[in-house]
Design a protein around this ligand. Structure first.
Ligand code: HEC
Ligand code: HEC
Ligand code: HEC
Ligand code: HEC
Length: 446
């Protein structure tokens, strides 16, 4: 089963209308009715899962008791948030737009219904969309099809691409809301995300799962594999990151670009580990250069090497260009980011659940082999590699491999003490139990 291996942070529906539904919840024009409107016991507030219903109907209870999102607003009142706010010169985190935008359903006042409370944090409608026009109809199944609710404003969380955009809007950020390096230096945690791992961590965080993917669900909504969710999520994350680099978030009017787009550990790690080593994707940039955060892009490269090797080469060339550009100026970085985005777009347009079917072992081998060669020198790539390996091992359902997950996770326990040689060695033993581990050393400066 899914393990809470938290490293250090731990469709098929035809649209009835032609309305453009590209927006995220909150960007739409609907009134947000409030979590209380979903919580009646005959609706989603049942204490236990209901029999004879398509959906569990205890989602409200699961959400209040165990979903981290129900605590997102309370978090803004915590001592940690108070310190963050004080350091940023904010009056209070609980009233600051820059915090509420991700920690609550911060729709404008005129779109808050009578039972709406900001203190509900990230509530049902933050993900499922403003319920104004579907609240009183959506449960009348099968008379009201899911598609009809969708055209009345329900967000298509079951669609993997839509779900990726939704989760990433808070777990990576957008042009409009973003966790800056300034916030992190004031105490905000570093954000890390992988769509499949986070979906499963979140879905199974409670005593009851948020939803159940069973035969009935498959019939109503379809379901895709974990590996497809992972792959689609990677490409969505990578593209959003590259597009943000091309937007105003990356370079304001200051000496340095926004540092949260860089590999945190390029700057934040012990000066006693001399671990720098030239990797092909670094394009010859020498030691001492801060790198653009490329963990998801490195995984996208591994994905491409398996499903479309020419794209794998193109991603590597794109990453090389991006890292080379990092030493030049913002305009060059942006140009390289745009180019790489074009490659990811083309891969994304061809990605399908079918293309990935039966490729889990190949993907696992690719990631383990490139890891064994020492390509996950930086913590952020290693963390992404671990999440991918965990997902694939669970998909493959192989007890030998499952036993290897804890030791791999152990090497990632403390990001500032991460030893790339140790990580590479352990991936090498998993990949080829007989072979000698990778030839990289952790020279110590002491
Ligand atoms: C409106 C913003 C928002 C959206 C949308 C959102 N999240 Fe979150 N998520 C948060 C915040 C804020 C937290 C931290 C809550 C806290 O502890 O205060 C969080 C926490 C989490 C955690 C727990 C992380 C940890 O380290 O414990 C998981 C897992 C998670 N979210 C998964 C998801 C998934 C999967 C999606 C998409 C289906 C998603 N989130 C959509 C804002 C959001
Ligand atoms: C771009 C969206 C975003 C913005 C803006 C944002 N946060 Fe967060 N915050 C998150 C997410 C997502 C998490 C969960 C991270 C994880 O564990 O993976 C989080 C986690 C936290 C945590 C840690 C919670 C815990 O349980 O450990 C605190 C504290 C916090 N945020 C406070 C703030 C404050 C204060 C602000 C405003 C200065 C703010 N956040 C702005 C998205 C955001
Ligand atoms: C962090 C985002 C998020 C939050 C918050 C959230 N959901 Fe969900 N919900 C999802 C996702 C993702 C799915 C699975 C995909 C799907 O079937 O739409 C889902 C599935 C469901 C389902 C099952 C749908 C089915 O067809 O089987 C129900 C019912 C549901 N949510 C109700 C709620 C209610 C009620 C709340 C508030 C108490 C809530 N959700 C809060 C994201 C969220
Ligand atoms: C290019 C170098 C660089 C990168 C990349 C970078 N930082 Fe920083 N960071 C700094 C500097 C410089 C400071 C300020 C140190 C000080 O105030 O003494 C800082 C401060 C911090 C602090 C506060 C530390 C303290 O002792 O007060 C945290 C936390 C932090 N950064 C987190 C991050 C995270 C998370 C990332 C990646 C998303 C990141 N940094 C990326 C250079 C960097």
């Amino acid at each position: 089963m899914w393990k809470m291996n938290r490293i250090c942070f731990l469709t098929f529906v035809t649209l009835l209308t032609t309305v453009a539904l590209a927006e995220l919840p909150g960007d739409d024009a609907y009134t947000y009715m409030g979590v209380a409107t979903c919580a009646a016991s005959q609706c989603h507030g049942s204490a236990v899962p209901r029999n004879g219903s398509n959906v569990l109907q205890n989602e409200y209870v699961t959400w209040t008791q165990d979903d981290p999102h129900s605590r997102a607003y309370q978090t803004l009142g915590s001592n940690r948030s108070k310190r963050i706010a004080a350091r940023l010169g904010l009056k209070s985190a609980t009233t600051a737009k820059m915090c509420l935008d991700c920690h609550a359903d911060n729709v404008p006042a005129e779109r808050r219904g009578e039972r709406f409370h900001l203190s509900d944090g990230v509530g049902c409608e933050s993900c499922h969309g403003g319920a104004e026009n579907w609240l009183v109809t959506h449960y009348d199944v099968p008379n009201i099809a899911h598609a009809a609710s969708v055209s009345a404003g329900m967000y298509r969380t079951e669609n993997i691409e839509k779900r990726a955009a939704l989760c990433l809007s808070c777990h990576l950020g957008t042009r409009d809301k973003f966790a800056t390096h300034r916030m992190m230096a004031a105490g905000h945690p570093r954000l890390a995300f992988e769509l499949d791992t986070f979906t499963e961590l979140w879905r199974t965080a409670g005593r009851q799962a948020h939803y159940r993917v069973d035969a009935d669900y498959r019939e109503r909504k379809g379901a895709v594999s974990h590996s497809y969710t992972w792959a689609a999520g990677l490409l969505a994350e990578g593209r959003q990151r590259l597009q943000l680099i091309n937007g105003p978030r990356f370079a304001a009017n200051s000496l340095f670009p926004e540092l949260s787009f860089y590999d945190c550990h390029a700057c934040h790690r012990s000066m006693k580990t001399l671990q720098w080593r030239s990797l092909p994707r670094h394009g010859g940039a020498g030691p001492g250069a801060p790198f653009i955060h490329d963990g998801t892009l490195v995984m996208a490269m591994a994905l491409a090497r398996v499903i479309s090797p020419t794209d794998g080469d193109a991603i590597e060339a794109g990453l090389t260009a991006l890292h080379r550009a990092s030493g030049k100026n913002v305009a060059s970085i942006r140009m390289a980011a745009q180019e790489l985005d074009t490659t990811l777009t083309s891969l994304q347009s061809r990605l399908s659940p079918k293309l990935l079917r039966g490729r889990e072992l190949q993907l696992l081998r690719e990631i383990l082999a490139t890891g064994a060669e020492g390509n996950y020198l930086d913590y952020i790539s290693a963390e992404q590699a671990f999440m991918a390996v965990q997902m694939l091992v669970i998909e493959l359902d192989d007890p030998f491999l499952e036993d290897q997950l804890d030791p791999i996770a152990d090497t990632l326990n403390n990001d500032e003490r991460y030893r790339p040689a140790q990580f590479a060695a352990i991936l090498a033993t998993v990949a080829e139990p007989e072979e000698k581990p990778a030839n990289i050393d952790d020279e110590r400066n002491d």
